[in-house]
Design a protein around this ligand. Structure first.
Ligand SMILES: CC(C)(COP(=O)(O)OP(=O)(O)OC[C@H]1O[C@@H](n2cnc3c(N)ncnc32)[C@H](O)[C@@H]1OP(=O)(O)O)[C@@H](O)C(=O)NCCC(=O)NCCS
Length: 159
């Protein structure tokens, strides 16, 4: 049996999430900063921040995490803000478990839909494959959104 994910952020997650997201290999330094900011906001504001986490603990480091939450002003729609698995732990089903558990947790919070913004870049192909495997469809693309040749891909599904 696999261990359940930890859901409450701890101060040590600032550094652990920074390491994990930087190690994932696709995020810019600015994006790494945003991931840490999400943890900081949740540590400061607690449940009022609207961020929900799943942390996958490895032997001696954080192996993966997901962060999702309700989208303000929508009828029970949720956003998956972050999902990342350390390079050394990839390809073993952890990303799948993190996303399935995020969907289950969103359903338990009355979520009816989940959306994910991601990049059209080739190095995001594993993420696109994960989303499609779990029933997400690419619902739109904003060409050149992030930079020339780097668009925004919008994935979503009913929960
Ligand atoms: C995307 C990511 C979270 C997947 O995590 P993972 O633990 O390696 O994924 P899993 O082993 O659970 O794979 C689940 C499914 O995803 C797909 N997948 C994952 N990696 C893949 C790859 N390299 N190539 C093709 N498909 C892949 C497969 O469909 C796989 O299903 P299968 O095991 O039945 O073949 C991981 O690659 C990652 O952290 N990438 C960098 C960060 C990132 O891109 N995050 C998303 C930003 S929007």
């Amino acid at each position: 049996m696999t261990a359940p994910f930890r859901t409450t952020p701890r101060p040590g997650d600032r550094a652990a999430v920074r390491r994990l997201v930087a190690d994932a290999g696709v995020f810019s330094e600015t994006e790494v900063g945003w991931a840490v900011e999400v943890v900081d906001t949740a540590l400061d504001r607690g449940a009022a921040a609207g961020y929900h986490f799943l942390f996958a603990e490895g032997e001696d480091c954080l192996e993966g995490f997901a962060c999702f939450g309700p989208i303000d002003g929508t009828a029970n729609r949720f956003d998956l803000y972050w999902i990342a698995v350390a390079r050394t732990a990839q390809g073993r089903g952890l990303g799948r478990r993190l996303l399935e558990s995020s969907m289950d947790a969103a359903r338990a919070l009355n979520g009816t839909h989940m959306f994910i913004d991601t990049s059209t870049r080739a190095d995001y192909a594993p993420a696109h494959a994960l989303y499609r495997t779990l029933g997400f469809e690419q619902m739109g693309t904003l060409i050149d959104f992030y930079a020339d040749g780097d668009g925004k891909a919008l994935f979503g599904r009913k929960l």
